[in-house]
Design a protein around this ligand. Structure first.
Ligand SMILES: NC(=O)c1ccc[n+]([C@@H]2O[C@H](COP(=O)([O-])OP(=O)(O)OC[C@H]3O[C@@H](n4cnc5c(N)ncnc54)[C@H](O)[C@@H]3O)[C@@H](O)[C@H]2O)c1
Length: 334
């Protein structure tokens, strides 16, 4: 049984607590948050011990794994603290604020001799995780284009997300999900061109990034916080066009009044054929992600999905996207 501590008791923490409950080989022992009331509230909800000091938590609880769900600019600092005490770390996305700061986690992992992984959960998401296998089996043929998007209200959670310096709005909080996934599907990026808008606080709230990959694939990723003050639910979509098939997915997180509950649709349209619905697997992606990480620890192998090196490449791509948004120019790989 792995003893797990969650660090940062905000929105992402609850997703991880639910995931831990689904696994037979994991138990939530403690939560740590710098705000005592946040730690207490979370501990009461999820039946674990509250702490405000990570060092005290480590001393008292001796966790095997820490899940870091603190704001991004704290990822490196906390990863160092836990790794130095021999605690394995599953850290939320993105790895850090930029590629340079991401090196801190890589050093902490190597010096601490622990396993460390970044929770790029889309790699485990039902309807997304399967794409790589479909591509490997040749079902889609050569990929000609891909369009991925996600949109939500401006998050009510932590004000840091909208801070132009520390949270960087929709680019760092939302776009990273799809650009990391595109990097996972198509490899290294050759160039990017971004169009992005800022809200009146100076924070990006809408971004479209066009990416050309070294393998020739062209893809677009769109992320938006512009669903203002209305009932339109969190929505994600993609369409991948290959020489053999077009694959499309769309998901709405909540009721659109006309129907109850979340709505998802996934289908493939094979060359010469009609659209065929695909069955979206039922699984909790956060539980699948944690289960994968615990398997890596048990079998003493490095996590490949969400490796620090690939997460660092993803944040480097994000750096290129931001540079293009700022300059209005195409940014090419050096
Ligand atoms: N994978 C996903 O689906 C997903 C969803 C949401 C957020 N995230 C990621 O999770 C991380 C946290 O985001 P969130 O939305 O949960 O943020 P949040 O603002 O809701 O929660 C962050 C928590 O960290 C606490 N905190 C702040 N400073 C701290 C410190 N120095 N020490 C300990 N605790 C501290 C805050 O009090 C707060 O409770 C980010 O990396 C974000 O990108 C991932």
């Amino acid at each position: 049984m792995y003893r797990i501590a969650i660090v940062g008791a905000g929105a992402a923490a609850a997703l991880h607590a639910r995931a831990i409950q689904e696994l037979d080989n994991a138990m939530l022992c403690a939560v740590c948050d710098s705000l005592p009331e946040a730690a207490e509230r979370f501990a009461n909800t999820w039946s674990c011990a509250p702490y405000t000091s990570p060092d005290e938590l480590i001393r008292q609880e001796k966790p095997d794994v820490a899940i870091l769900s603190v704001p991004v600019f704290l990822h490196g600092e906390y990863a160092e603290r836990f790794a130095a005490s021999g605690v394995h770390v599953l850290c939320e996305k993105p790895i850090e604020m930029d590629a340079e700061r991401a090196l801190r986690l890589i050093r902490a992992r190597d010096e601490g001799g622990v396993k460390m992984m970044i929770g790029h959960v889309v790699r485990f998401w039902p309807g997304y995780a399967e794409i790589r296998d479909m591509m490997d089996r040749g079902e889609l043929g050569d990929i000609l284009s891909a369009v991925f998007s996600r949109a939500s209200q401006v998050p009510a959670r932590g004000g840091w997300i909208l801070d132009p310096e520390r949270g960087r709005g929709a680019i760092q909080d939302m776009l990273i999900h799809d650009t990391d996934f595109l990097h996972y599907l198509f490899g290294n990026v050759a160039s990017v061109y971004t169009l992005a808008a800022k809200d009146d606080t100076g924070c990006y709230d809408h971004v479209t990034a066009n990416l050309r990959f070294e393998n020739g694939t062209i893809a677009t990723a769109l992320a938006s916080f512009t669903l203002k003050d209305n009932a339109y639910p969190f929505t994600t979509r993609y369409r991948i066009c290959g020489t053999k098939a077009t694959l499309e997915y769309s998901y709405r997180a909540a009721v659109l009044d006309i129907q109850a509950g979340p709505q998802a649709e996934w289908f493939i349209c094979r060359k010469g054929g009609q659209p065929e619905p695909l069955k979206i697997p039922q699984r909790n992606a956060y539980a699948a992600q944690l289960s994968y990480f615990l398997d890596c620890i048990r079998e003493d192998r490095a996590p490949v999905l969400g490796s620090l090196e690939s997460a660092r490449e993803s944040i480097r791509i994000l750096d290129m996207i931001r540079a293009s948004a700022e300059s209005g120019e195409i940014v090419r790989e050096n």
